[in-house]
Ligand binder design. Sequence first.
Ligand SMILES: Nc1ncnc2c1ncn2[C@@H]1O[C@H](COP(=O)(O)OP(=O)(O)O)[C@@H](O)[C@H]1O
Ligand SMILES: [Mg+2]
Length: 328
Amino acid sequence: MTIVLGIESTAHTFGVGIVRNGEILSNIKKTYVTEKGGIIPMEAAKHHNRFKAEIYSEALEKAEILENKIDAIAFSQGPGLAPCLLEGMKFAKKLSKKLKKYIIPVNHCIAHLEIGRLTKTKNPVMLYASGANTQIISYESGKYRIFGETLDIGVGNFIDNFARYSGIGFPGGPIIEKLALKGKKYIKLPYKVKGMDIALSGILTNLKQKIESKKYNLNDLAYSMQETVFAMLVETAERALAHTGKKELLLGGGVACNSRLQEMCKIMCKERKAKFFCPEKSLLVDNAGMIAFLGEIMFKSGIKENNLDKIDIMPRQRTDDVEVVWRK
Ligand SMILES: Nc1ncnc2c1ncn2[C@@H]1O[C@H](COP(=O)(O)OP(=O)(O)O)[C@@H](O)[C@H]1O
Ligand SMILES: [Mg+2]
């Protein structure tokens, strides 16, 4: 029996999750939100520092686990905002020292992908649509390869930025989804797909100009933005399915909570006879359950460290930097 505790702190969310033999026993988190404006990294880091002890106790309590039963501590090493990552790592090191347990550094993006195993997908192409990251990922020859990605900003940050410009606080995605349901008229926007890559900053500028002109209804803009940008995501994901010959699409990341994006992916999969998988919402947004889940898989494959000086954060770590030894 293995018990792994995971810590998530890459950006707005601080979380602690506990996994035993692939089962998530607890997944507690607290997210930094704003009324207006975006995330200020130092403020988010302060938020994490303030709530970490409380979240840790709550996670142990919910899992009904005593801390001395934990076999290893996994934490999000990157990519993410450095001040936020540091809070998570400091906490992980403190626990590792106190409990005399191994530490396991986990790549946040790969955790979003691996948690898909709970949906029973085996070898998917993943459309990973989160705040900071937008990538089409799939396993090939020892690594999770990035087949396509955003050439500028992540789709969640893009939507949050559009929302902020319209006077909506962080995170803007869920509110924009509601407004889009009320949209009636499709307003033409630029469509930027290059092979399996996409670009979003030009569309953002175009949307900002439209908001400034005051000639457009916000519901219509939200609707048109979703239809355009989600079509771009689905097109690139479909191209990756065709290219790899794989028959499973896994949707993940916070933007995957959007029902319209899920619906568009389902339609595409049905048309090309692929299977569609999407984890439940609490596992789509940033959470520590997925960090503990991947941490346990890595731990069982022999990845562990007890020299804390060797461990550091990696704010710019890329999905394809990681040797995926646990899949061999
Ligand atoms: N229903 C939704 N529709 C669109 N975007 C959403 C929805 N729910 C959450 N999001 C977006 O998901 C993002 C957060 O996802 P998450 O995976 O936690 O991001 P990251 O790991 O990059 O910090 C935010 O940009 C938020 O606006
Ligand atoms: Mg994330």
